[in-house]
Write a protein that binds this ligand. Structure first.
Ligand code: BG6
Length: 496
């Protein structure tokens, strides 16, 4: 993003190693993003990419796999010269994540230090495997020279506060902080970055952005997909660890933070941490009032039948893993005290929608009480993140005519002009890793505080193992999600 580049920006890496190259994340996100960077001419000629995976494949098999994977996932159709250029960078490395010999062989593939500087190690693998990879990289000396090699860690970083702290200690034993890129790809989404511009480049907005004018904030990330082939990971994680602790919490910090002293990694992270530290801790006895979980059963998406979570391949038959979570948080600081932040995310909801909805307070004076306008809907600002990046403001205007009647006017602004295409978050973030820009990556204290916020909920659920409420696939989660609201006029906003 060209914010706060660190010194390593001068040391462009010339190797990019993807651990878990045949997995879901690599296929759906990393390879298409790298392809787009190739097409845009943003990858240095010297960059080689090593696909590290367990399958007994030749480079030819990999090539075929790439063609199939990219087809349908990239924007437009595969461009042959771009694809040829791209595939020529790759080599396939058959290896076992737990076997140090695989890393020794990997080290031999990397160019000697004098020939080229660093390597990026991207851990596109299950969190349970992070530790083994970090230790094995160290065992063959691939953590050194420090400052040169970079390691990218996906979320969730740990599965609770304690395990996150352990993982961080392990990382710091072998890598310097400057080498570590903890990724949360939501921070690479255009709308999220745009939120900074929207809030801090417009004098119109900032004076209203506080408890005096805002009634509550809703953050929804709804997905229509199920868990695809990720049961192995998802059944252990659940929606709270997979989405809320990281992606939704990051959105909350960007909505709520104070203006940073500068647009630099540390200054931004300082402000985000302040928000997380100000979130009112949820007492054990208050968990029920603040959070709820549910799991999808069979239903219909886009008119087509889909199975329930427990019938998905590799899911434990009586699993109580949540695929939906909703929670309410209060930020006890001067700006936000008393304003609830409602966060909600789920799989197998009617369609993919991610948005931040800001609801304003009712006007203090009921000036229109004696007119047909007795109950006036409040103003909203809606920031859509997916599928389209746009902003909508809802305000009242008088309807032309003899009566005092209003209509709600929706001011819509798409962030994109017709000839512009949106960037995928991974394109931005992978380029940032290569260029050594850490401003959109997480500092450990952000992760630590986010776990402190959600740990009480996890602990409470961990002892309630008997039962989980359900919702039929194709719905907006359980009706019970309404119980989080503080007043009758608060309702979930499902559509723009
Ligand atoms: C990932 C989660 O981090 O984000 C997935 O593990 C989820 O479960 C995905 O589907 C959503 O990201 P995006 O960018 O596709 O909306």
């Amino acid at each position: 993003m060209n914010l706060g580049k660190n010194d390593s920006a001068d040391n462009l890496p010339c190797s990019f190693v993807i651990f878990g190259a045949t997995g879901n994340l690599a296929s759906n996100k990393l390879l298409p993003a790298l392809y787009h960077l190739e097409a845009a001419g943003r990858l240095a000629e010297s960059l080689t990419i090593i696909a590290f995976a367990r399958r007994d494949w030749t480079t030819e098999n990999w090539r075929e796999h790439m063609r199939e994977t990219l087809d349908g996932k990239i924007k437009g159709s595969l461009d042959t010269p771009v694809f040829e250029r791209f595939i020529a960078r790759f080599s396939y490395h058959k290896g076992d994540l737990n076997d140090v010999a695989s890393y020794r062989a990997l080290a031999e593939r990397l160019p000697p230090e004098s020939a080229c500087s660093g390597a990026v190690f991207y851990l596109a693998i299950k969190p349970a495997e992070f530790g083994a990879v970090i230790q094995n990289l160290e065992a063959v000396g691939l953590n050194k020279p420090r400052g040169l090699h970079r390691v990218v860690i996906e979320k969730p970083f740990g599965e609770d506060l304690e395990s996150a702290q352990m993982l961080n200690r392990l990382l710091h034993q072998y890598f310097d902080e400057e080498q570590v890129y903890r990724i949360d790809h939501f921070l690479g989404k255009e709308t999220v970055q745009n939120l900074l511009v929207f809030r801090f480049a417009n004098t119109l907005i900032e004076p209203l952005w506080n408890r005096n004018f805002i009634d509550h904030v809703q953050i929804t990330v709804a997905e229509s997909i199920g868990i695809e082939d990720r049961a192995d990971y998802y059944d252990r994680a659940g929606a709270l660890r997979d989405m809320l602790q990281n992606h939704l919490m990051q959105l909350l910090t960007v909505v709520a933070m104070e203006p940073p002293a500068a647009l630099e990694a540390d200054a931004l992270q300082d402000e985000k941490v302040k928000v997380l530290r100000s979130i009112r801790p949820i007492a054990k006895r208050a968990v029920h009032a603040h959070a709820l979980r549910a799991q999808y059963t069979h239903g219909k998406i886009d008119g087509k039948p889909v199975v329930g979570y427990q019938q998905e391949e590799n899911v434990e038959p009586n699993s109580i893993t949540e695929t939906f979570v909703a929670a309410k948080f209060y930020i006890d600081n001067w700006r936000w005290r008393g304003v609830p932040f409602f966060l909600r995310t789920g799989k197998r909801m009617p369609h993919q929608t991610s948005m931040i909805a800001i609801r304003f307070r009712h006007p203090p004076q009921q000036l229109f009480r004696e007119t047909p306008l007795e109950t006036i809907d409040p103003n909203w600002i809606l920031l859509s993140i997916q599928p389209d990046e746009s902003m909508r403001m809802e305000i009242h205007v008088k309807q032309p005519g003899l009566d005092m009647d209003t209509r709600l006017m929706q001011m819509n602004a798409s962030f994109l002009k017709t000839d512009e295409q949106t960037l995928d978050a991974y394109e931005t973030l992978l380029l940032d890793v290569i260029e050594g820009d850490r401003s959109l990556f997480l500092r450990f204290d952000e992760i630590e505080w986010a776990w402190r916020v959600v740990d009480p909920i996890l602990n409470h659920w961990a002892v309630e193992r008997e039962y989980i409420p359900t919702y039929a696939a194709g719905n907006w989660g359980p009706a019970d999600a309404n119980r989080l609201f503080d007043s009758d006029d608060q309702v979930w906003r499902n559509e723009l």
